[in-house]
Design a binder for this molecule. Structure first.
Ligand code: ATP
Ligand code: ATP
Length: 146
């Protein structure tokens, strides 16, 4: 029955939209672009355990301007006290956006085809950015693990 479950999950990709599988913005671990990357901050980032961390403009968690990839911290000396903004300016990681009613099928194709990485911001006309969706969220839907 495992094969059947996976097949059913895969077929469901056209019946479900990114909003159904996203992580809500309130639950996303993010950083303000003004944060200083001292040793405390880097330790907190490591503890959070995520690979991709959305970066917002000070004061507005819905104004996400960038994404920090944890491996970009590898060459950072905590004593230099770089800000998140400085690091983002060096690496310039684009973060794609998807409308909340994008099907998981389309999301999968976008993640697979693009070189924009495996995370997108989910937005709707009324509320702006409402969450994030990653390739992992789509795969979980196929494997029906949730
Ligand atoms: P990777 O597996 O590539 O190391 P990861 O473990 O950081 O990355 P994903 O595997 O892409 O993250 O996603 C796992 C789950 O965590 C998904 O539900 C995703 O929506 C969620 N997620 C990813 N990044 C964050 C974040 N910064 N804050 C909160 N949730 C996140
Ligand atoms: P991520 O996408 O989570 O940052 P990654 O880009 O290092 O990880 P994957 O996306 O897991 O790696 O794999 C991409 C391709 O690179 C796969 O074909 C995988 O087999 C290959 N790959 C991963 N790590 C290595 C490595 N250390 N040496 C050679 N090939 C690798």
């Amino acid at each position: 029955e495992d094969e059947l479950k996976i097949a059913a999950g895969a077929m469901n990709l056209k019946g479900k939209v990114v909003q159904d599988s996203m992580t809500a913005i309130e639950e996303v671990f993010m950083l303000p672009e003004t944060a200083t990357l001292n040793s405390n901050a880097i330790a907190a980032i490591m503890r959070a355990g995520y690979t991709r961390i959305p970066v917002f403009k000070e004061g507005n968690k819905k104004d996400i301007c960038d994404v920090l990839i944890v491996k970009d911290l590898a060459l950072i000396d905590p004593d230099d006290c770089y800000t998140v903004r400085m690091l983002c300016n060096i690496y310039k990681r684009p973060i794609p956006r998807m409308a909340s009613n994008t099907t998981l099928f389309t999301a999968l194709q976008t993640f697979k085809g693009g070189d924009d990485g495996h995370m997108a911001l989910v937005h709707d006309a009324k509320n702006g950015i409402i969450g994030i969706i990653t390739l992992e969220d789509v795969v979980e839907e196929i494997l029906q693990e949730e």
